[in-house]
Write a protein that binds this ligand. Structure first.
Ligand SMILES: [Zn+2]
Ligand SMILES: [Zn+2]
Length: 255
């Protein structure tokens, strides 16, 4: 018998970034053929009220040879003598498509955009394309640097604040933003990025950078009354602030 080439089953799964960093056991369903339980793989069901069309209901064939009489079981009804119909659930195939759960193991430090290859048995290979959902406002750059945009209000930029930001491996961390931080400044969280080498140690990771940007206040989500109140108060404060700035910036022209 010729050796059959292994069949490959391709599947795609989508995982969170933390699952690639920490690793995860995932259960997926694969489609496979299984014997039909209704007909036990025979592909037909017996009908007691009708005789077998092949043997006429006797379940046997008799062959007469000179000096010997041979009795053989009817292959079609397997000796039962009953008539048969094709099995409905399997359409007479004897097999049905079933989903079989299969456990796969995503090792820690699994590289982004990679394919997992798992040999199920000598004739079957499972190829799993692993897609990743990145946390909001997070991008990945060359050499695995991870940059997350943090939007602060103008007062927060000037006065400083403490923010809570999610970690790539799950959980959150509190970060103190110093007063008078510049727009576009990067705050480095050392070793909080991606695992450096494929399937490497989660202790050896790239850095996560927080990129400071200005938050624009969305007034469309509030009521018109609140909007007007906000704009009026903000205008008064900004005019005061403008005057304060001008008192510092404008240099006296004489003396
Ligand atoms: Zn069946
Ligand atoms: Zn028969």
């Amino acid at each position: 018998m010729p050796v059959a080439k292994p069949t490959a089953i391709a599947k795609s799964i989508t995982l969170e970034l933390k699952d690639l960093i920490l690793g995860k056991k995932v259960e997926i369903d694969i489609d496979c053929d299984a014997a039909c339980l209704q007909c036990l793989g025979v592909g037909k069901v017996f009908v007691a009220t009708e005789p077998c069309s092949s043997c006429g209901g006797t379940g046997m064939f008799t062959r007469n040879e000179p000096g010997i009489q041979m009795r053989m079981t009817c292959a079609q009804c397997q000796g039962s003598g009953k008539g048969q119909n094709p099995c409905e659930p399997c359409s007479g195939n004897g097999t049905r498509k079933v989903k079989q759960p299969l456990k796969i193991n995503i090792p820690p430090g699994f590289p982004l955009g990679s394919q997992l290859r798992q040999q199920i048995d000598p004739g079957l290979v499972l190829l799993v394309n692993v897609d990743t959902v990145l946390p909001p406002d997070t991008e990945i750059y060359e050499e695995g640097r991870v940059v997350r945009t943090i939007r602060l209000t103008y007062p927060q930029l000037i006065l400083g604040t403490t923010i809570t930001t999610p970690l790539l491996e799950g959980g959150t961390t509190n970060i103190k933003i110093p007063p008078r931080i510049d727009l576009g400044q990067l705050i480095r969280l050392k070793g909080k990025g991606l695992v450096k080498s494929p399937m490497g140690s989660i202790k050896d990771r790239t850095d996560l950078f927080l990129l400071i940007e200005l938050m624009s206040v969305d007034l469309t989500t509030t009521t018109p009354t609140l909007n007007n109140e906000f704009i009026d108060k903000e205008t008064v404060l900004l005019e005061q602030l403008d005057a304060l700035y001008n008192s510092v910036i404008t240099q006296p022209s004489s003396t």
